[in-house]
Design a protein around this ligand. Structure first.
Ligand SMILES: *Cc1c(COP(=O)(O)O)cnc(C)c1O
Length: 302
């Protein structure tokens, strides 16, 4: 039994009416720790547990850290999460609720990550938030569930941070005979490391992250994600923070589910489908979820 749950696949009447397409939602927001991350993180943690790991270490103050904390609790293995000073009180609380030990260290993720790496003993496993074949393998199960439901999309829409979700979903498309299905890869301005890499023809590193969609805030995407853009029809789309936030708010009204701006970026990109994909009728949106948003923070947006 995997640690993640099979998620509902829902036809959205509201989004279908608004976009003039048949919009289907893969509801990863309903994973117990709030995001798709559990698919890959759960598989990675289970695999390391079988190999004898006695502790999991993460340096993510976001959804990955929360997923590692959840997986550790389920497997009965202690978890240490190191986060920087900037990690919100809410995220700290959620990591603690899952029973993980939290260490706050450093001004940025880099410093927190250095401490986490230094803590690693011989029986510890470091769980990366996006750059690990085990994660991609786990994320790919999302597409296996679509295949079981016989829902063959003309287009898949998802968000990109470090590119773990993209790598897993494209892997899943290929292993289910859907290697021809294009992917719309959504980012926000200020976190658009994939779009800029595709435009430059090589992996670039952003000088800094300036978007509110913190879960998309990887300054560089993993090599695997960039390689897929050379071998699969991946179309980057960049939306504004405001568009992502408005999409979250609209989604709350439409589907009664709260998602964070990182997920709002994918929802907002439905209004920015490039012309070469206009014929796509059946569109599958990966509702990646996220726990950093509160109803107040989303409702504050006009
Ligand atoms: C991690 C995350 C992303 C980005 O996923 P990557 O694998 O880093 O590209 C998007 N949305 C949410 C809610 C996330 O937790």
């Amino acid at each position: 039994m995997p640690l993640h749950i099979p998620t509902p696949l829902i036809a959205s009447a509201a989004l279908s009416a608004r976009t003039g397409r048949e919009v289907w939602l893969k509801m990863e927001a309903l994973q117990p720790p709030g995001s798709f991350k559990l698919r890959g993180v759960g598989l990675a943690c289970e695999t390391h547990a079988k190999r004898g790991a006695k502790r999991f270490v993460s340096s993510s103050g976001g959804n990955a850290g929360i997923a590692v904390a959840y997986a550790g609790r389920m497997l009965g293995i202690p978890v240490d999460v190191v986060v920087p000073d900037t990690t919100s009180a809410r995220a700290r609380e959620l990591i603690g609720l899952q029973g993980a030990r939290l260490t706050v260290h450093g001004a940025s993720w880099q410093e927190a990550n250095e401490l986490a790496q230094g803590m690693l003993g011989p029986d510890d496993a470091f769980i990366h938030p996006f750059d690990d074949p085990l994660l991609w393998e786990g994320h790919a199960t999302l597409v296996d569930e679509l295949a079981q439901a016989a829902c063959c999309p003309d287009l898949v829409v998802l968000s990109v941070g470090g590119g773990g979700l993209l790598s897993g979903v494209v892997q899943g498309l290929h292993r289910n005979g859907w290697g021809h299905v294009p992917v719309l890869a959504a980012e926000t301005h200020g976190a658009d490391s994939l779009a800029q890499s595709v435009a430059a023809g090589q992996r670039i590193t952003l000088p800094s992250i300036t978007s509110v969609a913190t879960s998309l805030g990887a300054r560089q995407v993993c090599a695997q994600a960039f390689e897929w853009t050379q071998r699969h029809a991946v179309h980057p789309v960049v939306v504004t923070d405001a568009q992502a936030l408005v999409a979250c708010r609209q989604f709350l009204d439409d589907q009664r589910v709260l998602v964070e701006p990182a997920c709002g970026a994918a929802l907002a990109s439905l209004d920015a489908v490039p012309t070469q994909l206009h014929a796509a009728q059946r569109v599958l949106v990966v509702v990646c979820g996220g726990v950093t948003a509160s109803a107040d923070s989303i409702m504050a947006v006009r």
